[in-house]
Design a binder for this molecule. Structure first.
Ligand code: HEC
Length: 114
């Protein structure tokens, strides 16, 4: 746990980000800290904006994600994006075809939105 926080902070500094980006992730021991810049590229490649809006970009079919990092934590996002239907079988959110490190990056990007 402590190591994960130290790694997160080190990573944030390496990337020249503010520590605030990773300070409130509530990082569970098993989830690695992703890279939000890579995560943003994955978000674009996966066309998440076909349904989601961030700021002024994207559609409104799904909930707006502009501040998703302020309301959801890392563990929740990791689980949700791994299997949206586990939360609710009637969920209209399609399964995300992103796994492993790429999923960590995508979650890091979501957490940076606040
Ligand atoms: C086909 C439309 C669609 C696509 C594409 C889509 N989503 Fe969603 N997403 C939804 C819908 C609809 C919901 C709300 C589901 C519900 O609450 O029942 C949702 C919910 C979410 C949530 C939960 C928001 C919250 O706080 O409750 C996150 C996070 C999310 N999507 C991220 C993504 C990401 C990242 C991608 C791309 C990999 C993506 N979505 C692609 C439709 C989509």
């Amino acid at each position: 746990m402590k190591n994960t926080i130290v790694m997160s902070v080190a990573l944030a500094m390496t990337l020249g980000l503010t520590a605030a980006v990773t300070a409130r992730t509530g990082t569970p021991a098993q989830a690695a800290a992703g890279d939000k810049v890579k995560g943003e590229a994955i978000y674009k490649a996966q066309k998440c904006s076909m349904c989601h809006r961030i700021g002024t970009v994207g559609a409104k079919m799904g909930p707006e994600l502009t501040k998703v990092g302020a309301t959801r934590n890392q563990a929740w996002l990791h689980k949700y994006l791994s299997d949206p239907k586990a939360e609710n079988p009637k969920n209209k959110m399609p399964a995300v075809k992103v796994k492993g490190a790429d999923l960590d990056h995508l979650v890091a990007y979501m957490l940076s939105l606040k």
